[in-house]
Every structure is written in structure tokens, then in C-alpha cells.
Design a protein around this ligand. Structure first.
Ligand SMILES: Cc1cc2nc3c(=O)[nH]c(=O)nc-3n(C[C@H](O)[C@H](O)[C@H](O)COP(=O)(O)OP(=O)(O)OC[C@H]3O[C@@H](n4cnc5c(N)ncnc54)[C@H](O)[C@@H]3O)c2cc1C
Length: 393
């Protein structure tokens, strides 16, 4: 198995790197926003995504008949890592989750309406799976979708919908068949975010970003906006989550932070002595750099899957998500420990080491081990599907 990039892939990586340097804009590329918060949520960031679209870098792996180039997913991996290395918004929900699911399962009307807009970066989505009683147990969604003349009437509540406050469309799971077993009674819908029956309430998080709760009151959705087959929502969501675990949690921000910490340690002094001479500090950063290399190794499994055209494998996605998000947190925590009392000065202050990069990042990484499926859930997946251990719930 060849883990290195081919000459063509390497050439593309260099082209992307040069383009990002040339198009550097501090309002778009912000190293104080961590992985999870790299969203196209401002006019400048949306304009940046349009530039990526003009380069034909969105949907590269999609079939040609839907405007893609049918090239291997490894090119999307290279692009996303480069974007996150430069702290720019990443190609995410539209191309990866919604676009790919519509191509596989959507009706012709939805494909015609949404796929060109996704490729042209004209549309942003929010994803609504979680509810007050459905997080880890996503199949327990209770948002009610009742069949009425010409469509569906949705009533209930969603929780933790990131992007709802600026997105154009809502990708929503709802219970269409309450009498069926819970995994078989869910369906997916597309709803304009500006629908008058939706009420969005902001939930600012510890991690500098805002998520939302969304209330549904008699939200009418026409039949055509049911995605795929009725009752197959949970299967479609599970497929998309494997992809999310690789694409939403890129490695580059961790590598950037490890490098920033090592550089800082090389120059910093405590009580008049160079920190780099402290054996504890040396051990800690050696451990971080080693684990960052291990994370890179895990991510190459995605490269291989993407190269073979296959879907990201479930167990490997869980192992990658568990390891990288835990590491991401540990890098920040260890950095704060090394920085001592100065590490507690808040982000943005001149007195803080590296202007508080690790204070801010530590808070942001708290969300990473929860969103996209918590660490405990990843461990359950590995225990059950990889090791064949019994189900614990
Ligand atoms: C910042 C942020 C953004 C998010 N964005 C979105 C979004 O855009 N769209 C969306 O749909 N959701 C989103 N989520 C929701 C996220 O997917 C859920 O929070 C997550 O799946 C956990 O669900 P929960 O919060 O209901 O916790 P629960 O499922 O209630 O879990 C509580 C605790 O119990 C543990 N636990 C639960 N079940 C088990 C088990 N069987 N075995 C062992 N431990 C268990 C969990 O690991 C956790 O520690 C977001 C969450 C956050 C924090």
C-alpha cells in the first residue's frame, strides 16, 4: 500500500498551497478559530468559498453528470487539510454530506435544485439531527412529521443545530413512522431556514462558536422535499456521519498547534532559565509531536479509502475521530500546563504567551469530543464492531 501522494497529487497540493498564500486574507483565515468553527458564516468567508468554486475545487469527486470531475476523494482530502492549515473555512456539509447523499438518494428535482448551487457555493446548510432526547442515540429523534395533503407537517424541537443562524437550508431528520421500530421510522427533509414556522434560539458555547436550538411549529414541507425513501433516514444519516468524522476534524490545526508550542518552548524562559532545558517540558513536547505523527498515520487510512473510491470505513473513522479530538484537547491542556500562570491569560491579550492561542483553543477543543458523536460513542463503536464485544445499551 502506497501512503505517499502520487506526483499528480503532490502537484495539486503545491498548487493549492500557492493559491492559499496568494489569496491570504486575515479576515477569512483566522488561526484563533478552531476546526469546528471554520464555517462560511460571514460575507467575506462566503466570497472566499465562491473563489474556491470558481477554481472548480468544490465537488471534485462528484460524478461528471452532476458537475463534478470524478476524480479520487484524495484530492478533497488534500484541499481540506490545506484549507484548515491556513485556518480558512473548509468544504463541509454542502459538498460532503448533503451533496453526496442527494446524488445517491435524492429525487431529480432536488438534484437539479441543490447540486449546482452547492458546486457554486451559493448555499449554506445547517444539519438537524440532535434533539433534547436524541444525541448519542440519534435514532431516538422525536420531531414529528405528519403526512398531510401534498406534503408533511413538522412539529417539535431540534437541539445543537450549528449554522442555523446563518444557513439558507436546513437538513432535518424527523419521525414519519412512529409505529415502526425506531431506526426504521425516520426520514430526511430539506427546509428553507427562513420558513416562518421555524424559531431559532442562539446557544453560545464555551468554544467561541454559537450553536442553536430550533423550534418547529406547523412547518409545511412539500412532498418533493423528502430526501430519498421514506423511513430510510437513519441509514442515510449513518453513512454521512462516517464521512463527517474524517472531514470535519482535520489534522492540520493540531499539527499547527504542536509546531507553535515547540517554537514557543524553544524561546521561552521561566525563573531566568530556558524552558527547553526542563526535562518535564521536553518529555511532554516529545510525546505531543509523536502522537501528532500517529494521528497523521491514522488519517492516511482515509487517503487510501478515498483513493480506492470507497466510503470511509466506520471503524477507522471512529478510531481517527477518537484519537485526533482527544489529542487536540491534550495538546492545548499540556501547553497551558507548560505556560503556567501566564497560560491562564485570556486569548487576544499581549501578555499571554502566543497571544493566548492555547487558552482559546482549549475551550474550542472541548466541543470536538462531543460534536459528531462523543468519544464514548466512538469507543462503543470500536468495541462492538471491531472487537465483537456486546452492546452496553
Ligand atoms: C458545539 C456543538 C455543535 C453541535 N452541532 C450539531 C449540529 O450541527 N447538528 C446536530 O444534529 N448535532 C450537533 N451537535 C450535537 C452532538 O452531536 C451531540 O451533542 C452529541 O451527539 C452528544 O449528544 P447529547 O449532547 O445529547 O449527549 P448525550 O447523548 O445525552 O450524552 C451525555 C453523555 O453520556 C455519554 N453517553 C451517552 N450514551 C452513551 C453510551 N451508550 N455509552 C457510554 N456513554 C454514553 C456521552 O458520551 C456523553 O458524555 C453539536 C454539539 C456540540 C457540543
Amino acid at each position: 500500500m502506497d501512503f505517499d501522494f502520487s506526483p499528480e497529487e503532490q502537484k495539486f497540493a503545491e498548487e493549492v498551497e500557492a493559491w492559499l498564500v496568494e489569496n491570504h486574507d486575515p479576515e477569512v483565515m483566522d488561526h484563533h478559530r478552531e476546526n469546528f468553527t471554520q464555517l462560511a458564516d460571514t460575507p467575506k468567508r462566503r466570497a472566499f468559498m465562491k473563489k474556491l468554486a470558481a477554481k472548480k475545487w468544490l465537488g471534485m469527486s462528484w460524478p461528471k453528470e452532476y458537475g463534478g470531475q470524478e476524480i479520487e476523494g484524495v484530492y478533497e482530502f488534500i484541499l481540506n487539510e490545506a484549507l484548515s492549515r491556513h485556518a480558512a473555512p473548509q468544504i463541509g456539509k454542502g459538498v460532503g454530506i448533503i451533496g453526496k447523499t442527494l446524488i445517491r438518494h435524492g429525487n431529480e428535482k432536488l438534484k437539479k435544485e441543490f447540486l449546482p448551487k452547492i458546486l457554486n457555493a451559493e448555499i449554506e446548510f445547517a444539519v438537524g439531527y440532535s434533539e433534547p432526547q436524541a444525541g448519542s442515540d440519534a435514532a431516538n429523534m422525536q420531531l414529528k412529521a405528519e403526512k398531510v395533503e401534498g406534503g408533511w407537517l413538522l412539529n417539535g424541537q431540534k437541539m445543537w443545530t450549528t449554522s442555523a443562524h446563518f444557513a439558507d437550508w436546513y437538513w432535518v431528520g424527523a419521525r414519519t413512522d412512529p409505529d415502526k421500530p425506531k431506526h426504521d421510522g425516520l426520514s430526511l427533509f430539506l427546509i428553507p431556514m427562513a420558513h416562518p414556522g421555524l424559531e431559532i434560539q442562539s446557544l453560545p458555547t464555551i468554544g467561541k462558536d454559537t450553536t442553536n436550538q430550533v423550534f418547529f411549529k406547523d412547518v409545511f414541507v412539500p412532498d418533493d422535499y423528502l430526501v430519498g425513501e421514506r423511513g430510510k433516514g437513519f441509514q442515510m444519516i449513518s453513512e454521512a456521519l462516517d464521512l463527517e468524522r474524517f472531514t470535519m476534524f482535520t489534522l492540520s490545526p493540531i499539527a499547527n498547534r504542536s509546531e507553535a508550542l515547540v517554537e514557543w518552548v524553544k524561546k521561552a524562559r521561566r525563573d531566568g532559565k530556558p524552558l527547553k532545558d526542563d526535562p518535564n517540558v521536553r518529555r511532554t513536547i516529545a510525546h505531543i509531536v509523536t502522537d501528532t505523527a500517529v494521528a497523521k498515520g491514522l488519517s492516511t487510512r482515509f487517503v487510501c479509502a478515498a483513493r480506492s473510491g470507497g466510503k470511509p470505513p466506520t471503524i477507522e473513522s471512529s478510531q481517527y475521530k477518537l484519537f485526533t479530538t482527544t489529542l487536540s484537547q491534550r495538546v492545548c491542556k499540556d501547553a497551558l500546563d507548560i505556560q503556567g500562570h501566564e497560560g491562564t491569560i485570556m486569548e487576544g491579550q499581549d501578555e499571554a504567551p502566543i497571544r493566548g492561542r492555547f487558552e482559546g483553543a482549549y475551550r474550542a477543543t472541548m466541543n470536538e469530543t462531543v460534536g459528531g458523536g462523543s468519544s464514548e460513542i466512538q469507543k462503543n463503536i470500536i468495541a462492538r464492531r471491531h472487537l465483537g464485544l456486546p452492546k452496553n445499551f
